[in-house]
Design a protein around this ligand. Structure first.
Ligand code: ASP
Length: 311
């Protein structure tokens, strides 16, 4: 097997064969899920804990579904009802979970690096379900699977990642994955929402939507993450939409068959117009959600096998 790590903490550092292994396996889970069959013996007797310190709809639900479809015992730890609110530290929580013999630990946390810290302390295989502004590896994998299934390839495609790149862990994971697989990646947004020296990540930066979208095969929109902004980095929502929101007119600069993506949750009328988001001819946003379950099944499957032998 070409995926040799115990954990999945980031896309950065993964080699193309490891990414291809996860995508190929996920592809087989798409077919299995569509057939209505399950494979409940694979993780029977294994415990999967979903530990979410930040809100989530799609990611938590799809990890839960993925674990259950593979036969794991799945426990959702809600932080608002756990000892974390009584002041227990992240590592105390980890030790507690360890004592329960958790096999797979899915973690979302507001601090970049929290899942990596936990991975050093627990026996379980740790999966990063989003850490601060750092990475969200399963989102990038599900995006890649969606693109590959629709376009038949990933290499050589022009991908425009648009909006609040600065605060987006989705953007960071996608930049690593798509540049590793040979895409022409552009990041598009106001200077205040693009990281300094972003070109060092192997992308081109554009401060004009129309120029950035010109000839793109994929237009990936990002949510404006106001909760991560210490101060106002954007004008009003209406003005943001005028310059940076994706509508049919701006999409016209991309290729005729360009796909529209968004990781959710969407701010309709802020970064994306409903007319575009709900257009079945262009938008693959719902398909991204479906691919999320398959990708998470592939990740759980892979880590449940590789985690036993590696350090
Ligand atoms: N759901 C994604 C994340 O957790 C994207 C977003 O919140 O905008 O990073």
């Amino acid at each position: 097997m070409s995926y040799r790590q115990k954990h999945l903490l980031a896309i950065e550092g993964l080699e193309p064969p490891a990414i291809a292994h996860l995508l190929d396996l996920a592809e087989s889970y798409v077919l299995l899920n569509r057939s209505g069959r399950t494979q409940r013996d694979l993780l029977r007797g294994r415990t999967l804990i979903n530990l979410f310190f930040e809100d989530s709809t799609r990611t938590r639900t799809s990890f839960e579904l993925a674990g259950k479809r593979l036969g794991a015992d799945v426990i959702n730890m809600s932080v608002s009802t756990s000892s974390v609110n009584k002041g227990e530290t992240l590592l105390d929580t980890a030790w507690t979970l360890n004592a329960m013999h958790c096999d797979l630990l899915v973690v979302r946390h507001g601090e970049s690096g929290a899942p990596a810290l936990l991975a050093q302390k627990v026996d379980a295989a740790v999966i990063n379900a989003g850490d601060g502004t750092h990475e969200h590896p399963t989102q990038a994998l599900l995006d890649a699977l969606t693109i590959r299934r629709r376009k038949g390839r990933i290499e050589g495609l022009a991908v425009a990642i648009c909006g609040d790149v600065l605060h987006s862990r989705v953007a960071r994971s996608n930049i690593h994955l798509l540049t590793t697989l040979g895409c022409d990646v552009r990041v598009v947004g106001p200077a205040t929402l693009l990281p300094a020296e972003v070109e060092r990540l192997g992308v081109r930066a554009f401060h004009d939507m129309r120029a950035g979208l010109e000839g793109a095969d994929i237009v990936m929109m990002l949510r404006l993450q106001k909760e991560r902004m210490a101060r106002g980095l954007v004008p009003s929502a209406r003005e943001y939409f005028r310059f940076w929101g994706l509508d049919a007119e701006k999409l016209g600069y991309a290729k005729k068959d360009a796909l529209v993506m968004h990781p959710g949750p969407m701010n309709r009328g802020v970064e994306i117009d409903s007319e575009v988001a709900d257009d079945p001819a262009r938008s693959v946003i719902k398909e991204q959600v479906e691919m999320g379950v398959a990708v998470r099944m592939a990740v759980l499957d892979t880590l449940s096998r590789s985690g036993r032998n590696d350090a």
